[in-house]
Design a protein around this ligand. Sequence first.
Ligand SMILES: NC(=O)C1=CN([C@@H]2O[C@H](COP(=O)(O)OP(=O)(O)OC[C@H]3O[C@@H](n4cnc5c(N)ncnc54)[C@H](O)[C@@H]3O)[C@@H](O)[C@H]2O)[C@@H](O)CC1
Ligand SMILES: [K+]
Length: 508
Amino acid sequence: MYILSSIQMAKADKATIEISGITSTELMEHAATKCFHWLHTRLQGQKVKIHVFCGIGNNGGDGLVIARHLHQHGYNVNCYVVNFSEKRTEEFLVNYNRLKEIGEWPTVINNENDFPDVAFEDIVIDAIFGNGLTREPEGFTKKLIEYINNTKVFTLAIDFPSGLYSNSSVTDKNAVLKAGHTLTFQTPKLAFLLPENKDFINTWEVIDIGLDADFIEGLKPQNNYITKNEILPMYKPRNKWSHKGTYGHSLIIGGSFGKIGAVTLASKAALKIGSGLVSAYVPKCGYNIIQISVPEAMVEVDNDAALEYYNFKTKATVIGIGPGMGTVEKTALGFELFIKENKLPLVIDADAINLLSQNKLLLKYLPKNTVLTPHPKELERLVGTWKNDFEKLEKITKLSQDYNLIIVLKGTHTVVVNGTSKYFNSTGNPALATAGSGDVLTGIITGLIAQGYKPVNAAIFGVYLHGKTADIAIQNTAHETFTASTILDYLPKAILDLFEEEVENPEE
Ligand SMILES: NC(=O)C1=CN([C@@H]2O[C@H](COP(=O)(O)OP(=O)(O)OC[C@H]3O[C@@H](n4cnc5c(N)ncnc54)[C@H](O)[C@@H]3O)[C@@H](O)[C@H]2O)[C@@H](O)CC1
Ligand SMILES: [K+]
């Protein structure tokens, strides 16, 4: 699914109106009616007090449509116009009149004295600002946003939590509405996926308003939101005549005294995702551990307690390197020689990323499409600090472009960056915040590349499946009891889920 910016959304709105012949007012009626149905399905006529705060633009227009439908369905609705400007849009005015025609006069809010009483148990619909936000809310509008936030009332934001921009950072955090749930039009918005906006965005969902798909395709959006729809076509079914050689040989390099478990997990993951063969290359102290705990894997050893020589004989298809590796001097020196000589596809994680950060001259030796899987701290060591999440994304893009790398920045909505293209993941939950979770991801991505998945697809697919295991598991287990090994246990279900039909949404 594409992620569109404000400018792209406005273009798509305009193009759809031109191409389909639908009027702007009809498009608004359609979009806002879907929002009404969302609420109506959940409230089923309950007499809870609903406050609809409308701006004077088209986001406000949506609010007026919702208020009209609520009124006509007998809800206890209060509608307000937040009068921050006289420049009402045509669609706003049409719907203002329609609301008046059914005997419902919105209350105009001109200053703080006009703020209505809002109780914790009420519901607020936020239709103050949407896609048209150009500067931070100020004056009584900002005060109103603060006032609503302070009530801690459940707030349903229409399109955007008011005050949030689609593609740039919030400058005044007090001037943004903290939405309980957001119904956003047509596509997810980049701002919803970034950790810096965690206070404003809780849950959200996309309301399909039928904007012209070909036109959107023609915009060539660079940001993508990865759901099952995007993942399924990547899946490579197995051929009847295939054999284990068809599915490649993954070599996992890593481990040090006390950290052999990381390689164990990565090796198990490479096997479990379907790599034909898996070998581990570890310090001698890890030999018995891996042989006993992963009988399917082959093991080669380096020196005693930490890697030093990297002189393995395994003829691998792809190498996953870094889990539990440590950064002691001899490991670092050997790593430098290894990177300078290696020609095989690489997945680089954990301490191997830290070693690259200590010696950035090595970046230019990495084969094209090498996958790096940093968490934010490892990324910071590599690219330095950032002012905000948008700058962070720019820095990752530059790193990816400068060295032809695929960067997997781990976190809520893990993002895979391949040059200017970004793929934000939709699966996963806090159960994955557990030791060894990253080692398993490294093994999964390595094992997918071994099977012939393009590195960028292996990264996107692997991240999706990794997150999906936790989403499935959490239906029957607690976040706390989920461990890295549980990811492996649920991998089969995560793969099978790709082929399960989605249950139809009753509101559609
Ligand atoms: N045909 C369409 O264009 C559709 C638009 N829709 C709605 O229209 C919204 C966009 O509407 P608009 O473009 O009218 O913009 P908004 O309604 O988001 O904003 C209203 C106006 O406020 C002004 N403004 C921006 N920031 C301000 C600030 N900080 N303080 C004071 N004034 C400020 C701007 O001039 C802007 O035009 C979408 O978010 C969506 O809710 C939907 O109804 C779907 C169809
Ligand atoms: K809004």
